[in-house]
Ligand binder design. Structure first.
Ligand code: ATP
Ligand code: MG
Length: 540
């Protein structure tokens, strides 16, 4: 089994204490996404924390869809979220929907009503919000707060029975309009919405609010440690209040940790959905997005994402993580795992004038991992090299090809450029070169030093391919980066022609690439660049 490396953190300390003191025999955590979009790398952090902790302490983790808002939710999201969690390599212990508990939540809300701890308010949402005040203005108690328990029982029952219109009334907890914590100023716990729900259909027309629903869901499932992000810290008193006053048997503990925030990207389902809906990107799995499906399509591995999240760790203070850190972990993961092959992404034809055979040359698949063996690559008198590897008038220190210069073709021979052929516009369209049979790779030839090593692809058998090179979706000024996608067309080695979606390679000098799982068709390979080879990023 994979070794779980959760860095020592404050949540672990709490869990250890709770197990040692006998407060809990077994811990239960949960991942509670709202199915209102595809999940992203920030959610991955929450998934990894919850599942890793449960695994480390022999506990379990539930997956629970927090589906209390039928307006924004959809089964498409439910399915994508399950798929993404499985792809990350986790199995939930049991699957729940908050909507499974609607009946119980309603009954618990009725307990509050009967205790005189909840009332039906007929005010408009604007009025309620205004009366709740601000940080500097205390809240105001209105006339509905004085309603009798009998009236509230009757009105809440009628709300449930569909006798009122959307927005006409709400159920509020009766706590303290003077509390310094605004969350405690009689929060709304039920609202009316005559909407078809993706799980419960038209059974319900009142829906519970997050602050009420979440602690109850946790308590019903016997969650011991309910991990959430820091912005819920101010909601902890209300979480505890509902657990206590709704007479929940099991008492979960809410613990907050810092959200994952990353540079040059978008990390909110709402904003991501906007980009998808407006067609700014190619769906939720656009390789530029930090969604799990986007990262997967881009060629990221579950291991890279987990290593990244574990390295970021769990903390109590928010910080902005450099996206280069995520790139670092995918390079590290792929380095020894994927074959190193050659692709020419912007081709220039080269004819080798003193050669007219076709031969197969042996090439190592991964110089740093001998176990990956070797492959045979064809060599003939027609090859492609990278346009940028040739220049007519070389600057100082130019370590590639120019007229009269000799370079090594990776895994093959030295070639020397003798003639440059141009079209009517003066554009270079072909080079005529000669090769030296003495210089075959591996022959130990030492008499001359080439002016650098360049990559190439044999032309007659070359497989055409499209290459998609990505920049960050958000630029340094926080604006949408208009150059976040560059598409080129070129060739890959013929032994890659049967590549399957998401197969990964390191292309000599260009970086790591994965076969696109959406646009690759028979005879048309599309590669997404996962990440380039080098970065200035260093892990401390
Ligand atoms: P978004 O704003 O992207 O919709 P959310 O917090 O509203 O995020 P939920 O579906 O409610 O999304 O979240 C499910 C779980 O994932 C919650 O426990 C939440 O705290 C956690 N989570 C969401 N975003 C992040 C993040 N950036 N870093 C860490 N955890 C996150
Ligand atoms: Mg949300």
């Amino acid at each position: 089994m994979e070794e779980v490396k959760v860095s020592s953190n404050f949540i672990k300390k709490i869990i250890i204490d709770d197990l040692e003191s006998g407060k809990h025999e077994k811990i239960i955590t949960r991942f509670p996404p709202e199915p209102n979009g595809y999940i992203h790398i920030g959610h991955a952090k929450a998934i990894i924390i919850n599942f890793d902790l449960a695994e480390e302490f022999g506990g379990k983790t539930n997956l629970r869809f927090d589906d209390t808002n039928p307006v924004k939710e959809d089964v498409e999201y439910v399915e994508s979220i399950m798929n993404d969690i499985k792809w990350l390599g986790y199995e939930w212990d049991s699957l729940h929907y908050a909507s499974d508990y609607f009946e119980e939540m309603y009954n618990r809300a009725m307990i509050l009503v009967k205790k005189g701890l909840a009332y039906v308010d007929d005010s408009t949402p604007e009025k309620i919000s205004e009366e709740r005040g601000t940080l500097t203005k205390t809240g105001i108690e209105n006339e509905y707060r004085k309603r009798s328990i009998e009236d509230n029982v009757d009105l809440f029952t009628k709300m449930k029975n569909g006798e009122y219109e959307d927005g006409s009334r709400v159920l509020r907890a009766k706590i303290d309009m003077g509390s310094p914590n605004i969350n405690m100023r009689d929060p709304v716990i039920y609202r009316i919405a005559h909407k078809t729900h993706h799980q419960t259909g038209d059974k319900w027309c009142i829906y519970p609010m997050y602050d009420f629903a979440h602690p109850l869901e946790d308590a019903i499932e016997g969650i011991t440690h309910s991990l959430c992000t820091l912005e819920f810290e101010d909601h902890r008193p209300i979480y505890d209040w509902f657990v206590e006053n709704c007479d929940m048997e099991s008492v979960p503990r809410q613990i907050e940790f810092a959200r994952l925030e990353m540079t040059n990207t978008v990390m909110s389902k709402r904003k991501l959905k906007l980009m998808v809906d407006e067609g700014v990107v190619d769906g939720w799995d656009d390789p530029r997005l930090p969604t799990i499906s986007g990262l997967r399509r881009r060629g990221y591995t579950p291991e890279a994402i987990k290593d990244f999240a574990r390295a970021v760790g769990v903390s109590k203070s928010n910080s902005l993580i450099d996206s280069m850190m995520l790139e670092h972990f995918v390079r590290e993961d792929l380095k020894l795992k994927v074959p190193r092959t050659m692709a020419v992404i912007d081709p220039l034809k080269v004819t080798i004038t003193n050669y007219d055979e076709i031969e197969l040359l042996e090439a190592e698949n991964n110089q740093e991992n001998e176990e990956m063996g070797t492959r045979m690559i064809p060599f003939s008198n027609e090859i492609y090299i990278e346009k940028e590897d040739f220049i007519e008038e070389p600057p100082k220190k130019w370590k590639r090809l120019y007229p009269g210069a000799e370079v090594r073709l990776k895994h093959a021979y030295f070639i020397k450029c003798n003639e440059v052929i141009k079209d009517e516009n003066g554009e270079i369209i072909e080079l005529k070169c000669t090769y030296d049979p003495m210089t075959k790779s591996g022959s130990g030839f030492k008499e001359r030093k080439p002016n650098g090593t360049i990559h190439w692809v044999e032309a007659k058998k070359a497989v055409p391919a499209e290459f998609r090179l990505y920049g960050s979706i958000i630029d340094e000024d926080g604006e949408l980066n208009k150059e976040s996608l560059v598409v080129t067309h070129g060739f890959v080695e013929d032994n890659m022609k049967d590549s399957k979606p998401i197969d990964k390679y390191q292309f000599f000098r260009h970086g790591y690439f994965a076969v696109d799982n959406k646009d690759t068709k028979e005879g048309q390979l599309v590669f997404n660049r996962i990440v380039s080879l080098k970065s200035s990023y260093r892990v401390k």
